[in-house]
Design a protein around this ligand. Sequence first.
Ligand code: NI
Length: 226
Amino acid sequence: MLLQIPDVLTSEQVAHARYQLETSKWVDGRVTAGYQSALVKDNMQLPEDHPVARELGDMILESLQRNALFVSAALPLRVFPPLFNCYRGGHSFGNHVDNAIRQIKGTPLCIRTDLSATLFLAEPDEYDGGELQVEDTYGCHSVKLPAGHMVLYPSTSLHNVQPVTRGARIASFFWIQSMVRDDAERTLLFDLDTAIQRLSLDIPDHPAAVQLTAVYHNLVRRWAHV
Ligand code: NI
């Protein structure tokens, strides 16, 4: 499932992030690429342990913890500390799949990448190109969102970033290990949760809502690994 999550950050938070990022020193993005993706990756990144990356990363993680849509869709177990990249002057990232396992720098902790996230920090009219293209069984999806909005997609998907031919595309990107590893099971849980919430809004206190909620939790019990 590919899902857009609006307003993960407020416009004030985006402005704060942009100011911090514009005054930081960026490095070649190949530092976090595997062997194969290093061949197609051409962008700039903030070093993983840069204090600005950590401060802004914590701000993003705090917002996500409070974001009901994110929690319902991702059922997060662990979230990789957010990274930051910048594409400008023709930078692009060819078709690739993200590494399955990532170690969190400076710790022995590893996460399995079940979901990939891109949080846009530049407005679409600030740059030309830079679409994130994600392939799934229904074809290729092109994503370019307003600043502060995020896209979530299965890390099993082939994806690329189109060349940026004007301006700069600034974004945060990271991965989530979900309590429910399988995308199809996670999508069923998300659809069920969404339907229960709509039912509860339209017909408060309907007894079926309790039964459906029990089904939801019993499926989580069956499918989740914590
Ligand atoms: Ni990628």
